[in-house]
Design a protein. Structure first.
Length: 233
């Protein structure tokens, strides 16, 4: 049995894998948001399109990164669901009946809703990639060219989507949910990786909260800005 398959079957292995995959997914979100924020540069989307084209030009390197990303998402989701099912088997009391534990257990709305927030985020990612990467919900693939180089006008795809109030509402809801998921997730990932020193855990809890708020606010900014502004600048 491979060490990966073995880790999936032990409690400690699962904890370490959820923590590690969660941290790598958070790093992906930070990188994704940094690239997306170039949409706010008032150049009609050129910087964003050039950045996306640069990534596409990486070819096989990008495919490898995408395969790793899919493995990270699926492993994280699989372990998250199985940890929930194991807990439920061990103590079949509905989470909504739990009272806040306060203190170091950090049981709260965010921690109890990890399964539901995670499932909605996973569904969102599937639809989001179908929409923005494969343009499955767009009437056409918009193209543009800079200095004679033709490329997909991804910025236009994002702009058209975020002029639709239903899409803006759905994105806003999911971005808030991502904040809720990360609020508990980042802290919990560090604990799963062994950071249990009582002097460090309050710091990690605060760091988790700050990362969650910054990422959720950053992602929320894009649909709201484009919608309120009536398009890209
Ligand atoms: C306002 C928020 C967001 C915008 C405007 C946005 C925009 C985009 C765009 C334009 C692409 C296609 C990139 C390309 O084809 O090169 C993309 C891909 C992707 N996005 Fe987002 N995104 C947002 C939020 C998110 C969030 C919150 C997640 C995860 C929870 C996410 C996960 C992904 C993934 C996994 C891909 C596929 C990456 C790849 O295969 O290279 N996105 N996004």
């Amino acid at each position: 049995m491979s060490s990966f398959a073995y880790a999936l079957q032990t409690t400690i292995g699962r904890k370490i894998l959820t923590g590690l995959t969660g941290i790598f997914l958070t790093l992906f979100l930070i990188a994704h948001l940094s690239g997306n924020l170039s949409l706010l540069i008032p150049d009609g989307g050129e910087a964003f399109n050039r950045y996306a084209e640069f990534l596409h030009d990486l070819g096989p390197l990008l495919w490898i990164a995408e395969i790793i990303l899919v493995i990270l998402f699926l492993t994280h989701a699989y372990i998250g669901i199985s940890i929930y099912l194991n807990k439920k088997k061990a103590r079949p009391v509905n989470y909504s009946y739990y009272k806040s534990q306060g203190g170091p257990s950090k049981q709260n709305f965010a921690s109890r809703s990890m399964l539901i927030s995670g499932s909605i985020i996973l569904l969102f990612v599937i639809l989001h990639v179908m929409h923005f990467k494969y343009h499955l919900f767009s009437p056409e693939t918009y193209m543009t060219s800079y200095d004679g180089q033709e490329m997909v006008d991804l910025a236009k795809h994002v702009e058209v989507a975020f002029l639709n109030p239903w899409i803006v509402a759905a994105y806003s809801f999911v971005m808030i949910l991502i904040g809720v998921h990360l609020k508990h997730g980042v802290w919990s990932a560090f604990i799963s990786l062994g950071a249990k020193n009582p002097k460090i855990t309050p710091v990690l809890y605060t760091v988790g909260g700050v990362v969650a708020i910054l990422l959720a606010a950053g992602f929320l900014l894009l649909p709201l800005y484009i919608y309120i502004n009536g398009g890209l600048s």
